[in-house]
Ligand binder design. Structure first.
Ligand code: MLT
Length: 240
């Protein structure tokens, strides 16, 4: 694992307004960059500080947050390593920019939602909540299930017609997160992989209803699971 550094990711930080809104960690989809989700973050909470890194992996010139072997088949070793790097980046950014590391909410779309889900599973103490838009199961966790995400609110925005992050992936991820104590809201849209405007309103209302109470889960023993590989080196999900 690399030393915690804010310079490990090209990123944007937008300071928040007055008040104590949670910081939104904006994680773009494949081919995106640090600018993509800034307008979405401002729509979700205009007062929130925004931290938007660019994924460090290039796939045919398109930034991503981790490698994949084929469409929907993830390089799980790379995913786990980069998940921990992202967690370290967030901690280092909190120190540099002065936001509260206990009140960070991930907002991820597609590939960004997948690394956010991985962050919840691998480094639960890193996030106080998450909005996962069109996520997949990042990897199958192994070993005993512990309440590592007790009380952590998670919104999954899934598309019933999504051929990439297929509906069964969203349902399975919901189950994995619930087993670990997360308070999961699963919202279905009659949509494909692209987001619909109405879903942004759902996410905005979901965040507003929870923002005041957002705080990361308690300290270890629950929030520092081993970073050792928990699954085989690849994970088969839906194509995309
Ligand atoms: C992924 O690779 O993370 C997912 O298939 C979504 C995508 O980026 O296409």
């Amino acid at each position: 694992m690399s030393a915690p550094s804010v310079d490990g990711f090209v990123h944007r930080f937008v300071p928040g307004g007055a008040g104590s809104a949670p910081t939104l960690l904006l994680l773009h989809g494949t081919g995106g960059n640090e600018d993509d989700l800034v307008p979405l973050g401002s729509m979700l909470d205009p007062a929130a500080p925004l931290l938007a890194p660019r994924g460090n992996v290039l796939e045919h010139g398109m930034p991503r947050f981790f490698r994949r072997i084929a469409e929907g088949v993830f390089d799980v070793e790379d995913l786990k390593r980069r998940t921990l790097e992202l967690a370290d980046f967030v901690a280092a950014a909190a120190a540099r920019y002065g936001f509260d590391p206990a009140r960070v909410v991930a907002v991820g779309y597609s590939n960004g939602a997948n690394i956010a889900a991985s962050l919840l599973l691998l480094r639960p103490g890193a996030l106080a909540g998450a909005i996962l838009m069109r996520p997949m199961v990042p990897f199958e966790p192994e070993g005993a299930v512990a309440p590592t995400l007790a009380g952590v609110p998670v919104l999954i925005a899934a598309g019933r017609l999504d051929p990439v992050a297929r509906p069964e992936q969203a349902a399975h991820l919901e189950q994995l997160l619930r087993e670990r104590g997360a308070e999961v809201s699963l919202h279905w849209a009659e949509a494909g992989h692209g987001l619909e405007r109405a879903e942004i309103e759902v996410a905005r209302a979901w965040l507003k209803a929870r923002a005041d109470g957002l705080h990361r889960p308690p300290a270890p023993p629950f929030n520092e699971p081993s970073a050792s590989p928990e699954a085989s080196s690849s994970s088969t999900g839906s194509p995309g």
